[in-house]
Design a protein around this ligand. Structure first.
Ligand code: ATP
Ligand code: MG
Length: 216
């Protein structure tokens, strides 16, 4: 077993013939918290979708946990969870949203896990669990979406701008939640943010993108 979780080689991604991402070599160690920075359109979300196995690159090779991704089992893919820039809630209560993935996986003690995850993102369980998806502010909805992912103890958690609509206090909570989930479950995290200071604080290493390339 190596210490490397992702190994990407000679990756390119093109849309309509235009290359938007070009990575010669990019590795992510197990249990790392990796920050991705860079201007709008520099390829960060594209890389996140590739890391989440939601799209295949136009060319190149991805090794995940010592396996070529062509041979990955569906169960392994399920260990990678992406929180997108516009998180989406199910038309259910907050409790229903956070419990959903746990129910699918046949988890035990769902109520406790839901409460624990809401506490991690700073939402008081008793007051938030019964609320409907439309009874939330933007920042609260974003944190419910994050809680739903934290509840699954994922092997990999990919967070695309998790603090974009959050106030200072909530961004500090997200910092702590990221560090805690790594401590507790050994989760590897990749986090995109335009808040460079916050990102620098939470990450072991930051990679900066410019026009689809890594800047050194
Ligand atoms: N599905 C798509 N079809 C065509 N072009 C796309 C698609 N997705 C992204 N792009 C283009 O690829 C480039 C990289 O986009 P990407 O979303 O990865 O940037 P980003 O770094 O996440 O930017 P932001 O900070 O604004 O979120 C942009 O030029 C974008 O217009
Ligand atoms: Mg993006």
């Amino acid at each position: 077993m190596s210490d490397i979780l992702y190994k990407l080689s000679n990756i390119t991604q093109s849309y309509s013939g235009k290359i938007v991402l070009e990575l010669d070599s990019f590795t992510i160690p197990k249990g790392a918290i990796i920050g991705l920075a860079g201007h709008n359109g520099s390829g960060k979300s594209t890389l996140m979708r590739i890391l989440a196995f939601l799209e295949s690159p136009s060319s190149g090779e991805i090794i995940f946990d010592d396996k070529k991704i062509e041979t990955l089992e569906t169960s392994l893919r399920r260990e990678v969870t992406l929180l997108t820039q516009e998180p989406y809630l199910l038309k259910r209560t907050v409790a229903g949203n956070v419990a959903y993935g746990l129910e699918l996986r046949g988890a035990k003690n769902i109520d406790n896990k839901v409460r624990e995850s809401l506490n991690l993102v700073g939402l008081e369980p008793d007051s938030f669990m019964p609320r409907q998806w439309f009874e939330l502010s933007g920042g609260e909805a974003q944190r419910v979406a994050l809680a739903a992912r934290l509840a699954l103890n994922p092997k990999v958690l990919l967070l695309d701008e998790p603090t974009a609509s959050l106030d200072r206090e909530s961004t500090l909570l997200i910092h702590d939640a990221a560090v805690k989930v790594r401590e507790k479950c050994g989760t590897t995290l990749v986090i995109v943010s335009h808040d460079y200071l916050w990102l620098d604080d939470v990450s072991d290493t930051i990679f900066t993108f410019a026009q689809g390339h890594l800047e050194y």
